[in-house]
Design a protein around this ligand. Structure first.
Ligand SMILES: [Zn+2]
Length: 376
């Protein structure tokens, strides 16, 4: 056997892990329903005086008789770029199904499932309990030779992420809810001053604009290998029963995601070198109408937080999520139909690890396996 042939065989054998992306950007929108993502604004809800204050404005900006056109108006970047060039799942009308597998259907279990790849049934509240499970980011930092200080970072609107990502153990840089600890540029100083000058709608979730602007500054300056951005407004405006604010938040976040993507395309380190993955941590109700506001554990007796147990049997459809991705290792097949069962959130972490050319089993064999449907 010639050396060339041996080398060729080696390439064949290692093709499985010789993938193109070196960077990962993971984005989540808290509790954005698949209904709005794929069908746009909901006719019953915009006609509800209880839930919608600016019906006319919503109708003018986002209404169309055809659901797909409404969706395009609401989230033009997701539909015009991500769905067109990449792959996505979650439109239940088409037999495209994605769901969380934790049966809790609220945020800490959902994010833990996405980030760690495992379902830990002992997580039974949104309390700030350090996660016993390691995120894929922590595992990558421990197990790869890269030990750059800014190898990875997370910017999150919700203040529980330092616990979900267990910053004491992982040492990850997580800017959650509050201001930046260290200011590195004039731009950051300006954003920080707006942060202090702006009303705070909630006590544990900040306005997404600050999460977004801080993340963009960091992305350009530090160019981390793994960046996690978690936007939160969609969930909190829904809990508040403000459908107009929920819709505006969804539209803004779509634009934010487009800005992150445009930045990645502008930077040599990221262009054609990044797996871009977008998902949500849980669904919400559809019927009865008021259940759109909430999500609730399917087994409330195992949950240690009364505020989550307002629907004793859970809410139909709240386990439904969606996922979308774009990148050099991601298929451009568009919609993924799932005749053999729903794709689940516990497989996201292994999918991301896989696109970096690493076998997830070397990091944590208990993770859900990569979502082959998303891969080239
Ligand atoms: Zn919620």
């Amino acid at each position: 056997m010639t050396l060339r042939l041996i080398f060729f065989l080696f390439l064949l054998c290692s093709a499985e892990v010789a993938l193109a992306a070196d960077k990962v950007v993971l984005i989540t929108l808290d509790g954005l329903r698949w209904q709005e993502l794929f069908m746009g604004i909901d006719e019953s809800l915009i006609n509800s005086e209880k839930f919608t204050k600016s019906s006319d404005a919503l109708r003018e900006d986002y209404w169309d008789d055809i659901p797909e056109q409404r969706a395009l108006k609401l989230m033009p970047f997701m539909h015009g770029t991500v769905f067109k060039q990449g792959a996505f799942v979650g439109d239940l009308r088409h037999g495209s199904c994605a769901e969380v597998s934790n049966r809790k259907n609220f945020s800490y279990p959902g994010y833990s499932e996405i980030l760690t790849g495992v379902v830990d049934h002992s997580i039974n509240s949104n309390d700030k309990v350090p996660n016993a499970n390691k995120s894929f980011i922590e595992l990558l930092r421990e197990n790869t030779e890269k030990d750059r200080l800014h190898y990875a970072a997370a910017f999150t609107s919700w203040d529980v992420f330092p616990s979900i990502l267990n910053v004491e153990r992982s040492g990850l840089y997580v800017n959650a809810f509050g201001p930046l600890d260290v200011i590195s540029s004039e731009n950051e100083q300006r954003i920080q001053s707006f942060y202090f000058d702006t009303p705070r709608p909630w006590t544990s979730v900040r306005n997404d604009v600050f999460t977004h602007r801080f993340a963009l500054e960091y992305l350009e300056r530090e160019q981390p290998d793994v960046l996690f951005i978690s936007y939160g407004e969609t969930d909190d405006f829904a809990h508040d029963g403000k459908y107009h604010e929920y819709i505006w938040a969804a539209n803004r976040t779509d634009r934010f995601i487009g800005e992150i993507w445009a930045t990645l395309q502008r930077l040599d380190a990221y262009r054609d070198n990044t797996t871009f993955f977008i998902t949500t941590d849980h669904g919400r109700g559809q019927l009865p109408l008021e259940s759109w506001q909430h999500h609730s554990p399917t087994a409330p007796e195992h949950v240690n937080q009364d505020s989550l147990n307002r629907y004793a049997q859970g809410i139909a459809g709240e386990e439904a999520v969606w996922m979308a991705a774009l990148g050099p290792d991601i298929s451009s097949r568009g919609e993924i139909i799932t005749p053999n069962g729903c794709l689940t959130s516990n497989r996201v972490a292994a999918t991301l690890i896989h696109t970096l050319g690493i076998d997830f089993r070397t990091l944590n064999p208990n993770m859900g396996a990569p979502l082959r449907e998303f891969l080239r």
